[in-house]
Design a protein around this ligand. Structure first.
Ligand SMILES: Nc1ncnc2c1ncn2[C@@H]1O[C@H](COP(=O)(O)OP(=O)(O)OP(=O)(O)O)[C@@H](O)[C@H]1O
Ligand SMILES: [Mg+2]
Length: 312
């Protein structure tokens, strides 16, 4: 619908006419008031309206008994900020619909897996038990992800426990399908510290999936490293032999909904960033080779004691 601005000399406008103007729904001419602005020095009211054409606005004024000084058609120029906030509104609506639609079939899968586990436990060989376990974990992570999308702005507080980084990586590698052309290197030595296990599983699952996508069909390698860089911090690095992120896109990849993939949602890295920030850490990406570097404090409960709002 085209957008217009018109101007009214306030001498012509009584308070009840103004109220009518401000709150009128689309009238019989299809005119809707979007916003009203008053200029005190000019004693003039400017209205932003949507209407099928200029003639409809003249007719609208005529039927309401309003005098109008000018009408001009304008085109809205959207700033990046506006586009982003529009995307966020769409995302909010989409997420509540998706979560509603996905939770039911997911609980059917979860119940069926529980039944298989109960009824056929003794008949299943190790391989089968392993498949069922992987499916069960995958369903749990999907459930968490749905929860995170729904609460995008308001993520749940961390559930902190002493966990092993190496077994977290193993669990993720169990549930992510790694194609044969990609080798994954993981550290020998483990580090255990306080973190939210489910959230870090989501984080690694996102980063490893991104690395697998980046390598694509070529022969390649994903190398995961972690080090205790001092008494307080752990550094985790995930490097891949893929082509890297084009330099001009590097500043944008943590933006919600930014994706270069046909079927990507662009929520993976923003979700990783929010998980790491919730743990009071930092995350960054650099090229040559493509490396995600995460810095995580080892003692979350100490931080929570100093900063009571941390981990919320
Ligand atoms: N390891 C990587 N190598 C090259 N580009 C990457 C890598 N990781 C992320 N990117 C770039 O950053 C973009 C955003 O990543 P993000 O994980 O947020 O979304 P996505 O992977 O596109 O979609 P999804 O929501 O399915 O994760 C990707 O589309 C890709 O262009
Ligand atoms: Mg991704």
């Amino acid at each position: 619908m085209p957008r217009f601005i018109d101007g009214h000399d306030m001498k012509d406008l009584t308070p009840d006419k103004l109220e009518k103007l401000a709150n009128s729904p689309p009238d019989k001419f299809g005119v809707t008031h979007i916003e009203l602005f008053y200029n005190k020095e000019e004693d003039r009211l400017y209205c932003i309206l949507d209407a099928p054409n200029e003639e409809a606005i003249w007719k609208h004024h005529e039927s309401a008994g309003l005098k109008c000084e000018f009408i001009t058609e304008v085109q809205q120029i959207k700033t990046d900020k506006m586009i982003k906030s529009e995307k966020m509104i769409v995302l909010g609506e989409m997420s509540s619909r998706v979560s509603h639609d996905l939770r039911n079939p997911l609980s059917i899968i979860k119940n069926s897996l529980d039944l298989i586990n109960m009824r056929y436990k003794d008949e299943m060989d190790k391989e089968m038990t392993d498949y069922v376990r992987r499916m069960d974990r995958a369903v749990s992570s999907i459930n968490v992800m749905i929860g995170d999308i729904v609460n995008f702005a308001k993520t749940r507080p961390l559930m902190l426990e002493n966990n092993s980084l190496l077994s977290t990586i193993h669990r993720v590698l169990d549930s992510v399908h790694t194609p044969d052309n990609i080798k994954i290197k993981i550290p020998q030595k483990d580090i255990s510290f306080e973190f939210d296990l489910i959230k870090l599983e989501i984080l690694f699952s996102n980063l490893i999936t991104n690395a697998i996508h980046a390598i694509g069909e070529r022969e390649g390698e994903i190398s995961i490293k972690f080090d205790e860089i001092d008494h307080y911090n752990v550094q985790i690095q995930i490097a891949d032999s893929g082509p890297g992120v084009p330099e001009e896109l590097l500043p944008r990849i943590f933006e919600p909904l930014f994706t270069t993939k046909q079927y990507g949602t662009g929520l993976g890295l923003p979700s990783c960033k929010s998980i790491i920030e919730q743990h009071n850490g930092t995350i960054s990406i650099s090229n040559n080779p493509t490396t995600v570097t995460i810095l995580l404090p080892k003692h979350q409960s100490v931080i929570s004691a100093i900063k009571p709002d941390a981990n919320q």
